[in-house]
Write a protein that binds this ligand. Structure first.
Ligand SMILES: CC1(C)S[C@@H]2[C@H](NC(=O)CCCC[C@H](NC(=O)C[NH3+])C(=O)[O-])C(=O)N2[C@H]1C(=O)[O-]
Length: 349
């Protein structure tokens, strides 16, 4: 069933709203078959006042998880990995429970505790303590294992960054290459994502980018410029840099069946409830919109940057949106409105 025309007025209204709610800048781009629509409001840099634009690169946070899942599903296609095999078959002794499988990890049903809960319990001190740090995957996993599991293996959905740190370890063990090399060779280059990078442990965003502003916990306290950080606390769970156009290209290619076999794409869309109108597959979120349309992609929250990146079932219409602040739940919730405008069109009066 054809989608209604995107409602760009609605998108502009969402960007105006999030600016009012505290975001220095916000952008959105819709790629609808061969037609692109975009909107941009506010600043990429509060010091210089430079206007933000859809040409600006930014940190995509957990949208990175979809990239990591794609690489592992490609390895499944290449018979180098079985989704229902225990993680410990590929990484002997890593996890304390041999029943935790690759599928459990990619669907947040491993029970592995999310170490970022403690790391960022106090937003600014937590961030300042790690922004320049470089962690090994094992250090991050050990932080998780120092806490009790949140569920038994294969139990209920419980979001945890730890799962996609384990995904990065699997990628490196099964390929003998770094996550950076595998992202580049399997996704960035084939799709010609010229503005998409994995620079860990580098702290700088290459080229032209939007600065990211972390909202402190204390009301009224000044923004913290969070642009420069290693994102080593997340790596294969959150360290990719991209643009709205490249994210649209990526998700369109994924749901369009260009990155994995149909069989693995179907595995990626075996859904578990993830709260409200959300479901989670393997490194992929499904959101059921008010007009009955479901969209597929991921959201991201990394210091200074909130991202939405979703596409239609056939990948022919995609939306990516970014607000360059974080730790501001009102902005994160309001940004969801870009999905309704992009895929449900104008609200019936
Ligand atoms: C589930 C989410 C929203 S959170 C998860 C992941 N981001 C993180 O785990 C970092 C959380 C701390 C970020 C920080 N917040 C605090 O420090 C709060 N004390 C801020 O807002 O900048 C990501 O990205 N995911 C989003 C996702 O998957 O959609």
């Amino acid at each position: 069933r054809a989608l209604p025309a995107p409602d760009m007025t609605g998108v502009w209204n969402v960007l105006r709203t999030v600016r009012r709610q505290g975001a220095p800048g916000a952008i959105a781009r819709i790629d609808d078959r061969n037609t692109a629509h975009w909107a941009a409001l506010g600043v990429a840099d509060r010091r210089t006042g430079r206007a933000i634009s859809n040409a600006d690169r930014f940190r995509i946070g957990s949208v990175t998880k979809t990239f990591s899942a794609v690489v592992l599903l490609q390895l499944a296609d290449e018979k180098k990995l079985k989704l229902d095999a225990p993680v410990n078959r590929y990484l002997p002794g890593l996890l304390p429970d041999n029943r935790i499988t690759v599928r459990h990890v990619l669907s947040h049903r491993s029970g592995l505790y999310d170490y970022t809960n403690d790391m960022f319990a106090r937003t600014v001190p937590g961030f300042e303590a790690v922004r320049g740090k470089v962690f090994t995957y094992r250090q991050l996993v050990n932080r998780s294992l120092s806490k009790p599991r949140t569920t038994k293996a294969g139990g209920a959905y419980s979001y945890s960054n730890t799962n996609f740190v384990v995904a990065g370890m699997l990628i490196e063990k099964l390929t003998g290459h770094s996550v950076r090399t595998e992202f580049r060779n399997r996704i960035f280059k084939p799709l010609n994502l010229r503005d998409t990078f994995y620079v860990h442990p580098g702290k700088k965003i290459p080229g032209r980018f939007a600065r990211g502003y972390l909202t402190p916990d204390k009301a009224g306290a000044a923004f913290v410029d969070a642009t420069e950080q290693t994102v080593s606390w997340a790596q294969s769970a959150g360290a990719v840099i991209s643009t709205t156009q490249d994210l649209n290209t990526f998700l369109s290619a994924l749901l369009g069946g260009k990155l994995t076999s149909r069989a693995q794409l179907a595995q990626m869309q075996r859904w578990v409830p993830a709260g409200g109108v959300q479901s989670y597959g393997l490194g992929l979120r499904r959101r059921d919109l008010s007009c009955g349309v479901s969209v597929y992609g991921h959201t991201g929250a990394v210091q200074g940057y909130y991202t939405y990146a979703f596409t239609s079932k056939d990948g022919r219409r995609s939306l990516a949106a970014l607000a360059n602040t974080s730790n501001n739940g009102t902005v994160l919730t309001s940004m969801r409105g870009t999905l309704e405008s992009a895929f449900c069109g104008k609200k019936a009066k």
